[in-house]
Design a protein around this ligand. Structure first.
Ligand code: GLN
Length: 394
C-alpha cells in the first residue's frame, strides 16, 4: 500500500470519543466520559427545528454562515466581548467548536511555528497542532489551583511562539481564568505581537463566585484574540455541530477561506433553528448556570460520601477524580489509568476518560467524569461508584 501521510501517524484517535464507543458497547453502562447532556435542548429550538424542516433552508448557506445566524450571534457575542461585532467581517460559522479551533490554527500557523498549550489540555489541541504544522510548547497548570507561572509563558513568547491556546473554562480541570490572569497573558501577547486563541465552549457553565471573562474583551486584546466557541454546551445541542470563530477582520478574512475549503459550511437548517437559541433572554443563561450548579454540587457531594477524592471545578461540567488509592490495591497494582477506565466500564458500569489523555506530564492517577446528566442518572452512577469506593474499605 502507498505510504499514508506521516502526520496521521503522530496522533491517536480521541480517547474521549473512544471511551464513548466502549461505553456504547457495554449495555447498561452510564457514559460519563465524553461530555454531552442527556436532556433536551430548549423547546424554542425544537420548535424552530420543526419549522425549518418544512420551510427550509435545505441548501447551502453562505459558506461563512447564514446571514441571520451571524447577525444573532454578533448581538449575543457583543455582550461577552464588550464591543459591537460585525457579522460580515468578524465571524466565521463552523462545524462545531472543533472546526473553529482547527480553522484558527490553520489560519495562523506556518509549519514549525510554536504554539503554547496549557497542560492539562483538551486532547484535540494536540492533533490540531500536528495537522496545522505547529509545535506545541506546554505550560503546566499546577494543581490544586491549576495556577501557572507567567514567566514560562514569557519564555514561550521569547522563543517566538505564535500563539497561546486558552481553554476557559478549562476542560478537563474546570479552571476559570481570572481577569488578572488573562490580562497578564494578553499583555505578553501584545508585547510579543502574538495571538491568544481561546476555546470558550463552556462560557455559560460557570460556578459562583467565578465569572467568565472573554480574553477578547480586555483592553487592546480584540485584535490579538481569536475567540472560538460553540452552541453545543450552551443550548445542549452537541450533535448539531454549530461553532464559530470571532476575530479581527484580517484574520477572519483568511479563516473564511480555510473554513470554505474544509467544510463549505455548517448545516443550513440547523443554523436557521439555532437563531431561536441565540435570541433567548438573559434568564436562559442564569437558569442554565443554576441547573449546572445543582448538578455539580449534587455529584460532588455524592463523590465525597463515597470517599472519592476529586477537584472542585470552577466551570465546565467535568471533575477529575484521584484514583491513586486504588492503584495501591493488589488487584490494580501497575495498571494504567486507561486499563482502570476499561475495567470500570465493564465492572462498575460507569465510563470515564483516563486523565493521561489530557496531560503532557506523566499523570496516571486521575480519571475525568462529567455530570451533564439528569439527577436520576447521576444518582445511579453514584450508587455504582459506591461499589468502587467500597473496595477501599474492605
Ligand atoms: N468536549 C467534550 C469532552 O471533552 C467532547 C467534545 C467532542 O467530543 N467533540 O468530552
Amino acid at each position: 500500500m502507498p505510504e499514508l501521510s506521516r502526520r496521521v501517524g503522530e496522533f491517536t484517535d480521541s480517547v474521549i470519543r473512544r471511551m464513548t464507543r466502549i461505553s456504547d458497547g457495554c449495555p447498561g453502562s452510564i457514559n460519563l466520559s465524553q461530555g454531552f447532556p442527556d436532556f433536551d435542548p430548549p423547546k424554542e429550538l425544537l420548535d424552530a427545528l420543526a419549522e425549518a424542516a418544512y420551510k427550509g433552508p435545505h441548501q447551502y448557506s453562505i459558506t461563512f454562515g447564514a446571514e441571520n445566524f451571524r447577525e444573532a450571534l454578533a448581538l449575543k457575542a457583543a455582550k461577552t466581548l464588550k464591543r459591537t461585532i460585525d457579522p460580515e467581517k468578524e465571524i466565521v460559522v463552523t462545524c462545531g467548536g472543533t472546526e473553529a479551533m482547527m480553522c484558527a490554527m490553520m489560519t495562523i500557523c506556518n509549519p514549525g511555528d510554536k504554539v503554547m498549550v496549557f497542560s492539562p489540555f483538551y486532547e484535540n489541541y494536540g492533533a490540531d497542532a500536528i495537522l496545522s504544522g505547529a509545535e506545541p510548547i506546554y505550560i503546566p497548570l499546577v494543581p490544586p489551583e491549576y495556577s501557572f507561572d507567567i514567566s514560562l509563558i514569557e519564555d514561550g513568547f521569547r522563543q517566538g511562539a505564535k500563539a497561546i491556546i486558552v481553554c476557559n473554562p478549562s476542560n478537563p480541570c474546570g479552571k476559570v481564568f481570572t481577569r488578572e490572569e488573562l490580562s497578564a497573558i494578553g499583555e505578553l501577547a501584545l508585547r510579543y505581537d502574538a495571538f491568544v486563541v481561546t476555546d470558550e465552549v463552556y462560557e455559560h457553565i460557570i460556578y459562583a463566585p467565578n465569572v467568565h471573562v472573554a480574553a477578547a474583551s480586555l483592553p487592546g486584546m480584540f485584535d490579538h484574540t481569536i475567540t472560538c466557541s460553540s452552541l453545543s454546551k450552551t443550548y445542549s445541542i452537541t450533535g448539531w455541530r454549530l461553532g464559530y470563530l470571532i476575530g479581527p477582520e484580517d484574520v477572519i478574512e483568511a479563516a473564511k477561506k480555510v473554513h470554505d475549503f474544509l467544510t463549505v459550511g455548517a448545516a443550513a437548517p440547523l443554523q436557521e433553528a439555532a437563531v431561536a437559541g441565540l435570541t433567548l433572554p438573559d434568564s436562559y443563561y442564569s437558569d442554565l448556570q443554576e441547573l449546572y450548579t445543582r448538578k455539580r454540587d449534587h455529584f460532588l457531594a455524592g463523590l465525597d460520601r463515597i470517599g472519592l477524592k476529586h477537584n472542585v471545578p470552577q466551570g465546565s461540567y467535568f471533575v477529575l477524580v484521584d484514583i491513586s488509592d486504588f492503584l495501591e490495591l493488589d488487584e490494580f497494582r501497575g495498571w494504567t489509568d486507561l486499563e482502570f477506565c476499561e475495567w470500570m466500564v465493564t465492572n462498575i458500569g460507569v465510563a470515564a476518560v483516563p486523565g493521561s489523555s489530557f496531560f503532557r506530564e506523566d499523570v496516571n492517577n486521575l480519571i475525568r467524569l462529567h455530570f451533564a446528566r439528569s439527577e436520576k442518572t447521576l444518582d445511579e452512577a453514584l450508587e455504582r461508584l459506591g461499589k468502587l469506593g467500597a473496595l477501599l474499605r474492605r
